[in-house]
Write a protein that binds this ligand. Structure first.
Ligand code: ADP
Length: 177
């Protein structure tokens, strides 16, 4: 039995990620999506929210499970008995990055292999960062993420806008009050 680990931040999961996870699910007996708990970047969604959004996105794939992890990705692979780490490649920059991380992972755990899948052309320029930026500006991102992720983004940004409004009116009150 071959089990693959597909790690990432998934903040939030979008159609590019879903495409890679779906294709990996046809290549391996089992795929574990590993949501990285504390990446060194600012996140919009909590770990629990990212896990829940990923679970709902992939619920139709019976051989795919979603977990969260902290620490080294290769340690997570060993814990889940995964022989392969799957990653998606969009461009040369992704390739350079994966090549370097892949080298480090191989030094740390030579028994865990790396499989990179080229992304679908439709998502070649899609990133979670672009998705969040367009969502924050109320653009149309309906082709980039499933409905429940769109809903979660709307909720986040509506809440943020309301909080901003409140804090602006607080500021006005404190200035004039
Ligand atoms: P990002 O914030 O760029 O979406 P993640 O850490 O969540 O990055 O990405 C997890 C994995 O998904 C990585 O292997 C990444 O290269 C891949 N990935 C990111 N965007 C896409 C995309 N549009 N199509 C295919 N794979 C992607």
């Amino acid at each position: 039995m071959t089990r693959a680990l597909y790690p990432g931040t998934f903040d939030p999961m979008h159609n590019g990620h879903i495409d890679i996870a779906t294709r990996a699910s046809t290549l391996f007996d089992e795929v574990v999506i590993a949501v990285y708990d504390m990446p060194p970047k600012r996140l919009l969604f909590t770990t629990d929210e990212r896990v829940a959004l990923a679970r709902e996105s992939l619920a139709h794939l019976p051989n795919v499970t979603v977990v969260s992890y902290r620490g080294l990705t290769v340690d997570c692979a060993q814990v889940h008995d995964a022989q392969v780490i799957v990653r998606g490649l969009r461009n040369v920059a992704d390739f350079e990055y994966e090549h370097q991380i892949g080298w480090a992972n191989n030094q740390l755990a030579p028994n865990v292999d790396l499989l990179c899948l080229f992304c679908d052309d439709a998502y070649a320029y899609l990133s979670a960062t672009i998705l969040k930026e367009v969502a924050s500006l109320d653009g149309d991102y309906s082709h980039w993420a499933p409905a429940h992720v769109q809903e979660a983004l709307r909720t986040k940004f509506t809440h943020a806008a309301e909080t901003n409004r409140v804090s602006h009116s607080d500021t006005k009150l404190s200035h004039h009050g």
